[in-house]
Design a protein around this ligand. Structure first.
Ligand code: HEC
Ligand code: HEC
Ligand code: HEC
Length: 134
């Protein structure tokens, strides 16, 4: 004969164990990395214009897609100008636009990517900004 109480208790323990990694991660995820934006190029901008190509939240979630779209646009459609939602124009270039402002790849892009364990393969071809710190 099985004991229903014991089985339920066992199931609860099991559930607690399988979901533990999830609960255990909540705190870590909220302790987000702080990508630095204090580059010379960004410092040069007037304070109220220290903005990215698109609003920060959008960039945070969509920059990968944006880079893909930029590449397709440049390489396939031969169109190199991006018109932002604020009506500003940008040259669609990883090296000459993104990395010009974000010249601190290690303190910016890599901060997040290392934390999230993503390693974009772009830099085998595209030139990284030169940085003194390693
Ligand atoms: C004109 C300078 C400039 C250019 C060009 C630029 N950025 Fe930014 N970027 C910034 C600034 C300034 C911020 C911080 C915005 C804020 O705090 O509102 C930022 C924020 C971001 C963020 C969000 C960071 C965070 O803390 O959430 C990402 C991701 C990002 N940029 C990626 C890119 C990529 C990819 C490109 C090229 C497609 C790019 N940026 C081009 C200046 C720039
Ligand atoms: C606020 C954190 C953050 C910052 C800052 C950031 N990234 Fe990312 N990036 C991510 C995350 C998270 C992913 C993975 C998204 C996914 O897998 O859906 C990612 C993915 C990417 C990818 C796609 C990689 C792949 O293999 O699919 C590219 C390309 C990329 N980032 C480029 C950049 C560049 C260039 C910069 C600096 C200018 C930058 N990112 C800054 C968080 C960030
Ligand atoms: C195998 C080599 C290679 C890799 C890897 C690569 N690219 Fe490129 N990319 C190119 C070449 C070649 C061009 C065309 C350059 C041109 O037409 O000016 C290009 C163009 C681009 C452009 C538009 C032009 C410019 O100056 O930036 C973007 C944006 C871009 N790539 C983003 C990326 C991103 C993001 C990654 C990583 C997820 C990546 N590329 C990985 C070779 C590569």
């Amino acid at each position: 004969m099985y004991n229903a109480g014991k089985i339920i208790f066992g199931l609860l323990i099991f559930l607690a164990l399988v979901t533990f990694p999830f609960y255990n991660n909540i705190g870590k995820v909220s302790a987000k990395p702080e990508p630095k934006i204090d580059t010379p190029e960004i410092q040069k901008l007037p304070e109220n214009e220290r903005k990215c190509v698109e609003p920060k939240d959008f960039m945070r979630g969509e920059h990968m897609q944006m880079l893909n779209d930029w590449r397709d646009s440049v390489v396939r459609e031969d169109n190199g100008i991006y018109m932002s939602s604020q009506g500003k124009q940008f040259n669609m270039s990883l090296q000459n636009t993104c990395m010009k402002c974000h010249s601190n790849k290690k303190e910016f892009c890599d901060k997040c990517h290392n934390y999230m364990a993503v390693a974009p393969y772009c830099w085998t071809c595209h030139i990284q900004p030169k940085e003194n710190k390693s």
